[in-house]
Ligand binder design. Structure first.
Ligand SMILES: *[C@@H]1O[C@H](CO)[C@@H](O)[C@H](O)[C@H]1NC(C)=O
Length: 221
């Protein structure tokens, strides 16, 4: 019995953070299963910044970054809407709609979202440009489940293939505060920036389910 417990503890602690510098996740096909779960420290969040780079040829809607809690399946969600150049940025299930975002297919794009839990204001940044600020949800976020590749309609599940991400994603970082505009710019230009203190691509704790591959990040030569 004690041995079994020890084994269970060992396997649950076995996830050693990986340095994915120069790597990317490849989501090669549309499924309602394939995803990456990102493991973050359990400290509650009263603000957040999420940044990532992605490339896709999808024209349908798709999830880019999905965080869920038992209270809110869209506790923080960055979602490309069906409408051209439009994003939904949810916090605590409140939807902020960002239009005119010039979303390109077959091109790497840098996307960041900031959320201030005291004012509830959210803002989107894409390739060096900031959106207007809109109203999201207030109050802290506790123990979210964070998933790439699928949209959670319940904690860790109820995925729909028609909302899955197909493409490649890299440089995922999350901070427990609102990054300054200059720091976001540095992230977007891939120069020295402070790595995420909630999720850090250079020390990422994650679990892959289904067909998601890790490959060398493709650069434009
Ligand atoms: C991750 O790897 C890159 C490239 O090999 C290296 O420059 C960087 O220092 C590493 N970061 C950490 C946190 O280990």
């Amino acid at each position: 019995m004690e041995l079994l417990l020890l084994l269970l503890m060992l396997t649950s602690c076995a996830a050693i953070p990986q340095n994915l510098s120069g790597k990317m996740f490849v989501f090669p096909e549309q499924t309602n299963t394939a995803h990456v779960r990102l493991i973050a420290p359990s400290k509650p969040l009263s603000a957040a910044t999420v940044c990532f780079r992605s490339i896709t040829d999808l024209s349908r809607e798709h999830s880019l970054f999905s965080m869920a809690t038992p209270a809110a399946d869209n506790v923080l969600l960055i979602f490309k809407a069906k409408e051209q150049d439009t994003f939904f940025f949810y916090t605590h299930n409140n939807q902020a709609i960002f239009g005119g975002q010039d979303y390109k297919v077959n091109e790497w794009q840098s996307i960041c979202g900031t959320w201030d839990g005291s004012s509830g204001l959210v803002q989107l940044f894409k390739d060096g440009k900031h959106s207007v600020k809109k109203l999201g949800g207030k109050s802290t976020i506790s123990n979210p489940t964070i998933i790439l590749g699928q949209d959670q309609d319940a904690v860790g599940g109820r995925f729909e293939a028609e909302q899955s991400f197909v493409g490649m994603m890299s440089d995922v970082h999350m901070w427990d505060y609102k990054l300054s505009d200059c720091e976001i710019k540095r992230y977007m230009e891939e120069v020295n920036f402070t790595p995420g203190n909630v999720l850090n691509w250079h020390a990422l704790d994650f679990q892959i389910t289904g067909k998601v591959l890790i490959d060398v990040k493709q650069m434009v030569c």
